[in-house]
Design a protein around this ligand. Sequence first.
Ligand SMILES: *[C@@H]1O[C@H](CO)[C@@H](O)[C@H](O)[C@H]1NC(C)=O
Ligand SMILES: *[C@@H]1O[C@H](CO)[C@@H](O)[C@H](O)[C@H]1NC(C)=O
Ligand SMILES: *[C@@H]1O[C@H](CO)[C@@H](O)[C@H](O)[C@H]1NC(C)=O
Ligand SMILES: *[C@@H]1O[C@H](CO)[C@@H](O)[C@H](O)[C@H]1NC(C)=O
Ligand SMILES: *[C@@H]1O[C@H](CO)[C@@H](O)[C@H](O)[C@H]1NC(C)=O
Ligand SMILES: *[C@@H]1O[C@H](CO)[C@@H](O)[C@H](O)[C@H]1NC(C)=O
Ligand SMILES: *[C@@H]1O[C@H](CO)[C@@H](O)[C@H](O)[C@H]1NC(C)=O
Ligand SMILES: *[C@@H]1O[C@H](CO)[C@@H](O)[C@H](O)[C@H]1NC(C)=O
Ligand SMILES: *[C@@H]1O[C@H](CO)[C@@H](O)[C@H](O)[C@H]1NC(C)=O
Ligand SMILES: *[C@@H]1O[C@H](CO)[C@@H](O)[C@H](O)[C@H]1NC(C)=O
Ligand SMILES: *[C@@H]1O[C@H](CO)[C@@H](O)[C@H](O)[C@H]1NC(C)=O
Ligand SMILES: *[C@@H]1O[C@H](CO)[C@@H](O)[C@H](O)[C@H]1NC(C)=O
Ligand SMILES: [Cu+2]
Length: 577
Amino acid sequence: MAPCQLFLPASMAVRLFGVFAALILPEFAFCMTRNYTFSIVQQNVTRLCHTKSIISVNGLYPGPRIVAREGDQLLVKVVNHVSNNITIHWHGIRQLRSGWSDGPAYVTQCPIRTNQTYTYNFTITGQRGTLFWHAHISWMRATIHGPIIILPKHSESYPFKKPYKEIPIIFGEWWNADPETVINQALQTGAAPNVSDAYTINGFPGPLYNCSSKDTYKLKVKPGKTYMLRLINAAMNDELFFSIANHTVTIVEADAVYIKPFQTDVVLITPGQTTNVLLKTKPCYPNATFLMTARPYFTGQGTFDNSTVAGILEYKHPLNHTSNTKKMVFKPILPPINATTFVANFTKKFRSLNNPNLTASVPQTVDRRFYFTVGLGSSPCPKNTTCQGPNGTKFAASVNNVSFALPTTALLQAYFTKKSNGVYTTDFPTNPPNQFNYTGTPPNKTTVSNATRLLVLQFNTSVELVLQDTSILGAESHPLHLHGFNFFVVGQGFGNYNPNRDTANFNLVDPVERNTFGVPAGGWVAIRFLADNPGVWFMHCHFDVHTSWGLRMAWIVMDGPLPNQKLPAPPSDLPTC
Ligand SMILES: *[C@@H]1O[C@H](CO)[C@@H](O)[C@H](O)[C@H]1NC(C)=O
Ligand SMILES: *[C@@H]1O[C@H](CO)[C@@H](O)[C@H](O)[C@H]1NC(C)=O
Ligand SMILES: *[C@@H]1O[C@H](CO)[C@@H](O)[C@H](O)[C@H]1NC(C)=O
Ligand SMILES: *[C@@H]1O[C@H](CO)[C@@H](O)[C@H](O)[C@H]1NC(C)=O
Ligand SMILES: *[C@@H]1O[C@H](CO)[C@@H](O)[C@H](O)[C@H]1NC(C)=O
Ligand SMILES: *[C@@H]1O[C@H](CO)[C@@H](O)[C@H](O)[C@H]1NC(C)=O
Ligand SMILES: *[C@@H]1O[C@H](CO)[C@@H](O)[C@H](O)[C@H]1NC(C)=O
Ligand SMILES: *[C@@H]1O[C@H](CO)[C@@H](O)[C@H](O)[C@H]1NC(C)=O
Ligand SMILES: *[C@@H]1O[C@H](CO)[C@@H](O)[C@H](O)[C@H]1NC(C)=O
Ligand SMILES: *[C@@H]1O[C@H](CO)[C@@H](O)[C@H](O)[C@H]1NC(C)=O
Ligand SMILES: *[C@@H]1O[C@H](CO)[C@@H](O)[C@H](O)[C@H]1NC(C)=O
Ligand SMILES: *[C@@H]1O[C@H](CO)[C@@H](O)[C@H](O)[C@H]1NC(C)=O
Ligand SMILES: [Cu+2]
């Protein structure tokens, strides 16, 4: 066991070694450092009868699992062996005072270049459940992602019966073409990128695609047991409905926070969300095979990949050695593609567990209020070129009409070294610059502005942020992801947010705590968070196509007065631009 730094009250701060600590401080026992090496490599993969070279971590697609306990320190050494630049983001990890390890390219760090190495160094504090890691530069995360499994501390148990087995189920999105080419072409022409060719479960498209039945994920189970599925949506641009034929699941956790359990036949999971569900298998061996399927929930106007990924839930009979005996096959029924009412009903069922041991620390008062529109728009076509976006323009997306331009250096470095001049300004609009009926008939003018504008928050500011969808180029759900914090979803609704009417209905007792939440199509969501983590924190749509078009911004959270409220200096191996 590696030595591990223990953070005790300042007066008794000591450095102990794992085994020794176990003898005298049982509640801190087994806190440890876990080292991983991620080699970024090129490999060939065949799916849908199509062999292509993909970029992966350690030759694995999906990538390796990170398994840790709450309180552990992680040291992940990333070595880049490919010609592309790379960064890795530890999605949902709070990164308390370790913003240098957060990972979004040109926000907290410059990319790790070919032949370069960078070691991410962070400690998991106050989180337990499922998260995931993924590349955070261009569209590299299409093939570079994997689970983060955070077990409770040794002295703690789940707030439900320990499952018989725990299985990550990671949804992905597969292109026969190179995803980097897909997005680069789209950004050049202004058109929407080509849609994917398949969705995947643990890397496999499954039997409903041509030439794919042997590439099927099989979950082999025994009867009468409880399995915990750690669901992760690592798809690039699609919220997914997921269901297992003839089985109901119980949702117990979302984004590494326990929730009040509830049962459902269908799960809706947006890109960037993770959720643990309990699957109780049937009491006896059924003479049947059950498909588990996922396909999109889609509300936009454009084209999308309307295909269905399937895996198989198979009861493995110990006596039945002839696995090819014919069985009935059952397929789940998923809601209609545009089942917005179902989604609203479903998302409202999530409530923080909020038990005496784990109280939901919902900010009860608010220091600063913000109102941001999120949605699509257009940017002008450069002179002497033709563009294939709306009315001959280029597709764009914005927050408060600002399409966020990434700088050529990293924002956090510019902030830390006080060299923001020419890199960013701190005048991001706190309210929509033009007022209109956001969810009504869209205005004729769809042009967005383009700039690197940030918002500064003093340490410990209590923030209320209302995210308002717009109907410009089509009302659409946007899964917004905030780095560095979890937020509480205190309210949501359809139409335009009305503070006089809507604040009275806010849930300030047990709202769900997440890092990613879908702004309802044609609606709004109100979130609250406490800005207690100094650094520069990205906030963006987790549809990568929208992020690429500029639906992103960043917050600067200033240092607090105390030494343990300040962002430390950058590590010596931090890449430069
Ligand atoms: C983990 O990495 C750190 C820093 O490189 C090193 O000091 C430590 O010995 C490593 N621990 C193990 C168990 O390999
Ligand atoms: C991958 O496939 C290409 C073309 O089919 C082939 O030239 C190359 O050698 C393969 N690479 C590896 C690592 O197998
Ligand atoms: C990376 O290292 C390899 C092997 O040492 C070398 O051949 C290659 O030129 C290097 N590439 C870059 C961009 O530094
Ligand atoms: C990791 O970060 C901690 C906290 O900033 C620091 O004390 C420690 O030296 C770092 N470890 C490595 C191996 O960089
Ligand atoms: C599965 O569900 C279908 C549709 O509800 C039902 O007809 C069938 O009997 C069920 N099969 C099993 C084995 O539970
Ligand atoms: C999606 O596919 C299903 C069947 O594969 C079809 O019934 C449905 O019309 C399609 N929906 C759209 C919006 O293309
Ligand atoms: C199982 O189902 C298959 C297909 O429906 C049927 O042919 C077979 O007889 C059944 N076996 C038993 C043991 O019920
Ligand atoms: C969903 O799509 C169907 C078929 O295209 C359409 O008839 C229906 O009005 C849509 N529902 C909503 C809520 O948009
Ligand atoms: C949504 O919930 C309401 C109230 O519980 C219910 O009446 C309605 O049928 C639900 N709609 C869908 C699509 O689930
Ligand atoms: C709180 O934690 C204690 C000690 O771990 C445990 O005995 C108790 O059951 C927990 N309470 C709840 C409501 O989970
Ligand atoms: C656009 O093309 C015209 C005609 O070929 C040329 O005169 C003009 O300089 C070009 N403008 C730009 C900005 O390239
Ligand atoms: C990698 O990033 C550096 C620093 O931003 C940049 O100068 C370089 O052009 C990038 N290389 C590639 C291959 O994208
Ligand atoms: Cu979006």
